[in-house]
Design a protein. Structure first.
Length: 390
C-alpha cells in the first residue's frame, strides 16, 4: 500500500495544493492500514481527528458545552474518546440511552432531543435518570407529563434551514403559535418550560441561521418569563459543517459569530450545542473496493462493494463527497453504484481515473458521520465495519 500512498501524493501534487487536498491525503493515509488483507469495506476512524475536532469546537465556542449527537456515530470507542475530551451527549432513542449507560455517562447531563419519543422510551429514560426532554408539540408535553411530571422541558423552535445540505425543517420545530400552545399545555399540567433549542439543518453553511435561532430563543425566553418561569437553557443544536469544498465556514468563523450573539444572553443561562457531523465526520474515511466495471449505452459504471444500503445513503441523495482512487491517470465520469440487486443502489456520477480496474481500492473521505450508523447488510453484503486508527 506504500505505493498507493506515493501515487496518491502524485495525484494531489499535480493539482494546486490546497488545505483540502492535504486533508484528503491525510485521511487516506490514516485509512491505509485497513487495506492490508482487505476483504470487506471498512470505515477507518482516526482517534487524533476525533480529539482534534472536539478541541477545536470547544476552543471556538468556550461558553458552549458540546453534547455529541450520538446518532452521528454511536460506536463505543468514539463515545469514550469524546467523554475523555469533556463532551457531554444528546440522545434520540432507548438504544442510545443504553449506550450512555454502558459508557458510564452522567445521565443528568444527557439530553433527550428527539421531539417525538415513544412512551416506553420516555419511561426508560426517566427510570435511568434523564432530566431534560425536548418538546415541539403540545401532545408531546402531555405525553411526558403522564410519565414524568418533574421533567425539565426545552422547546424546539423552528428556524431557517436555508443553506444547509440536509434540512430538518418542516418535520420538526414549533411555529410562534405552536410555542404558545406548548406553553399552555405545560401550564395545564403544572409543568414548566425553561429551555429553548433549534436545529439549523445538517451541514449548514449559513451562519445567519444560528444567529436568527439565538434571537428567536431570546424572544421565547421573554415569553417564558412572562409566565413566571426562569429560563435556564439555550441549546444551539447541531449543523456545524465539515469541509468538503473549502467554501464551508470554518468552526472558528461560526464560533466568532455565535460568541458575539451570545453576549446578550445572561450568564445564568447554560449554553450547549449538539454537534454530530462536525465532531466525527472528518475523522472517518471509508475504504471500499471496485467489484465490477461495465459500459452500458456509452455510460461507464463502477460497482463498489458497498453502496446506498452500505453507508452511502447521503451520497446517493446528492450530499457533497470526495471520492479518490489509488490510481493516477486522466479522469472521466463514472456512474458509481453499490453491489446489491436494487436499482436505488446508485450513488451518483463522480470523476475517477478512466483506467480504473476491478479490485482497485477507492477511498471516500469525510464519512465518519451517518455512514456505518445508517448501513445495513441488505442482500448479504456486509455493512462497513469500523476500525479505529491513530
Ligand atoms: C436533535 C438533533 N440534534 C443534533 C443533531 C446533529 O446534527 P449534525 O450532525 O448536523 O450536527 C441532529 C441531527 O439530525 C438532531 O436531530
Amino acid at each position: 500500500m506504500e505505493l498507493a500512498i506515493e501515487q496518491m501524493d502524485t495525484v494531489l501534487a499535480t493539482n494546486q495544493r490546497t488545505m483540502l487536498e492535504k486533508d484528503t491525503r491525510e485521511q487516506i493515509v490514516f485509512s491505509t492500514p485497513c487495506t492490508e488483507n482487505y476483504t470487506d469495506p471498512v470505515l477507518a476512524v482516526s482517534e487524533q481527528r476525533l480529539r482534534g475536532n472536539a478541541r477545536s469546537f470547544i476552543a471556538a465556542m468556550p461558553r458552549v458545552r458540546p453534547h455529541f449527537a450520538v446518532k452521528a456515530n454511536p460506536d463505543a470507542n468514539i463515545l469514550q474518546i469524546f467523554k475523555e475530551e469533556g463532551c457531554c451527549f444528546e440522545i434520540a432513542s432507548s438504544a442510545e440511552l443504553q449506550a450512555m449507560v454502558d459508557l458510564g455517562a452522567n445521565l443528568e447531563t444527557v439530553f433527550y432531543s428527539n421531539p417525538i419519543k415513544s412512551p416506553a422510551s420516555i419511561r426508560q429514560a426517566a427510570a435511568a435518570g434523564i432530566q431534560w426532554f425536548v418538546v415541539d408539540t403540545p401532545e408531546e408535553v402531555l405525553k411526558i407529563a403522564a410519565i414524568k411530571t418533574d421533567a425539565k422541558l426545552y422547546v424546539r423552535t423552528e428556524v431557517s434551514n436555508e443553506g444547509s445540505v440536509w434540512p430538518l425543517a418542516g418535520k420538526f420545530g414549533a411555529s410562534l403559535s405552536g410555542i404558545t400552545a406548548i406553553i399552555e399545555a405545560a401550564k395545564s399540567v403544572g409543568m414548566q418550560i425553561t429551555g429553548v433549542t433549534f436545529h439549523v439543518g445538517s451541514q449548514c453553511a449559513n451562519i445567519n441561521n444560528w444567529i436568527e435561532g439565538i434571537q428567536a430563543a431570546k424572544n421565547i425566553f421573554s415569553q417564558l418569563e412572562a409566565n413566571g418561569w426562569t429560563p435556564e437553557l439555550l441549546n444551539l443544536g447541531g449543523g456545524y459543517p465539515v469541509q468538503f469544498t473549502g467554501a464551508e465556514p470554518a468552526i472558528e468563523e461560526i464560533g466568532m459569530a455565535i460568541n458575539t450573539a451570545l453576549e446578550t444572553i445572561p450568564e445564568s443561562i447554560q449554553i450547549m450545542a449538539e454537534p454530530g457531523r462536525f465532531l466525527v465526520g472528518s475523522a472517518g474515511c471509508l475504504v471500499t473496493q471496485v467489484v465490477g466495471i461495465a459500459t452500458r449505452d456509452e455510460k461507464r459504471w463502477l460497482y463498489l462493494d458497498t453502496g446506498t444500503y452500505g453507508g452511502l445513503m447521503e451520497l446517493a441523495e446528492g450530499f457533497p463527497s470526495n471520492i479518490v482512487s489509488q490510481r493516477t491517470g486522466e479522469s472521466s465520469l463514472w456512474t458509481i453504484a453499490g453491489p446489491t440487486c436494487d436499482s436505488i443502489d446508485v450513488v451518483g456520477e463522480h470523476s475517477l481515473p478512466s483506467n480504473m480496474e476491478v479490485e482497485d481500492m477507492v477511498f471516500i473521505t469525510n464519512l465518519g458521520a451517518y455512514c456505518t450508523t445508517c448501513a445495513c447488510d441488505f442482500n448479504g453484503f456486509p455493512a462497513p465495519k469500523m476500525a479505529m486508527v491513530d
